[in-house]
Design a protein around this ligand. Structure first.
Ligand SMILES: Cc1cc2nc3c(=O)[nH]c(=O)nc-3n(C[C@H](O)[C@H](O)[C@H](O)COP(=O)(O)O)c2cc1C
Length: 192
């Protein structure tokens, strides 16, 4: 069974992580780590927190962000996983990944993923970006991560918030090779 680590941090857009979990948990092993700020933002934005996710997705494996002894903190375990997703990724977590400073399990998992050459996707969200943010994005990109802006497109003519979320999650799935039907791919100009 394919394995993924899904990290939800305190940037706006916890719905992206939630939607990814809904899809991945159908057929894959998913290890979930929600940062403390991620919990606060999720409660604000979705009206639910990690305890609700545990009830909703009993098949997923949840880790406390403070648990640096979790199996996924080790390269020998993480190397069997397909990808590490940070959805959404705060500028604070981005900075930790860029500098290799581990204050929680999310930072450690990203560090291990980069050294083990495991697909690492950081779905960043902030507006506007400072020079520090941009430099950190360059650093993690040079280290092998994929920096993906949480920016929905409009060419597929979204009709709802769900369509916009599905587009972003679908593009992340494209990058990690997960088949999906979350959005209609561009078929060229003209709609006839
Ligand atoms: C409602 C709310 C929305 C936030 N949105 C963002 C955001 O979009 N991007 C960001 O980088 N930080 C955002 N923050 C700040 C982060 O939560 C904060 O920097 C936190 O320390 C991140 O910690 P973490 O990376 O461990 O989750 C937001 C905070 C709150 C309370």
């Amino acid at each position: 069974m394919e394995g993924f680590v899904l990290c939800i941090t305190g940037a706006s857009g916890s719905v992206y992580g939630y939607r990814a979990l809904q899809e991945l948990a159908k057929s894959c092993r998913v290890d979930v780590i929600v940062s403390e700020a991620g919990r606060l933002v999720m409660e604000e934005e979705l009206g639910k927190g990690p305890e609700d996710l545990k009830r909703e997705f009993p098949q997923a494996v949840f880790h406390d962000e403070r648990d640096l002894t979790a199996p996924v903190s080790s390269g020998s375990v993480l190397s069997a996983y397909r990808a590490v997703l940070v959805m959404p990724c705060s500028m604070s977590t981005l900075a930790s990944v860029a500098t290799g400073v581990n204050s929680n399990l999310i930072h450690r998992v990203c560090e291990v993923a980069l050294k083990e050459r495991i697909r690492t996707v950081l779905l960043v969200r902030e507006m506007p970006y400072s020079r520090v943010h941009i430099e950190n994005m360059l650093r993690v990109t040079e280290a092998g991560a994929l920096v993906v802006p949480a920016s929905p497109a409009f060419y597929h003519r979204p009709k709802s918030l769900e369509d916009m979320v599905n587009f972003v999650v679908g593009r992340v799935f494209d990058l990690i090779g997960v088949p999906h039907a979350l959005y209609n791919r561009w078929k060229g100009g003209g709609r006839g």
